[in-house]
Design a protein around this ligand. Structure first.
Ligand SMILES: [Zn+2]
Length: 151
């Protein structure tokens, strides 16, 4: 199991694993590694049956059409995935949390009404209880909490 969902103190910087990062082969953005399991649950059939046995990275750059790229230069684009990649969208209805179906508009609406986001609090609670499934649900394979809009 990955530890992608451990909540770190908001003041602490993300642990940096420089050695495992790579630059997107299309846009050059610094990209985090992504597990094979994530690709298997995100890619469409039949591509998912032919994923080469190499390491893959996830490009988070919104303007780049490339989602995953492998060490052997294999690339998968937005259209190769079963769902929209929220990280690559500027749509207000883009998905932030794939485990619990939270959209950006939900969070912004809640904040407007109450000053805080009930949905984000819910996600944080579920993450603490280890009830999330980011490594298969989220195209990035990472915890979604860092994708939520800042206050
Ligand atoms: Zn890119």
């Amino acid at each position: 199991m990955s530890d992608c969902c451990s909540i770190s103190e908001s003041t602490a910087p993300e642990p940096v694993k420089t050695s495992s990062k790579a630059n997107c082969v299309s846009c050059g953005a610094v990209s985090l590694p992504v597990e094979r399991l994530t690709l298997l649950h995100q890619l469409k059939h039949p591509q998912l049956m032919n994923i080469p046995e190499v390491s893959f990275h996830f490009c988070v750059e919104p303007d780049c059409d490339l989602v995953y790229f492998g060490d052997d230069k294999t690339v998968y684009r937005r259209n190769d995935l079963r769902q929209d990649v929220g990280q690559k969208s500027t749509n207000p209805d883009r998905t932030l949390c794939y485990c619990f179906d939270v959209k950006q508009s939900n969070v912004l609406e809640e904040r407007k009404m109450t000053g805080q986001s009930e949905s984000k609090n819910f996600v944080m609670e579920q993450v603490k209880l280890k009830r999330c499934a980011c490594d298969t649900r989220n195209p990035s394979g990472q915890c979604c909490l860092k994708d939520f809009p800042k206050n």
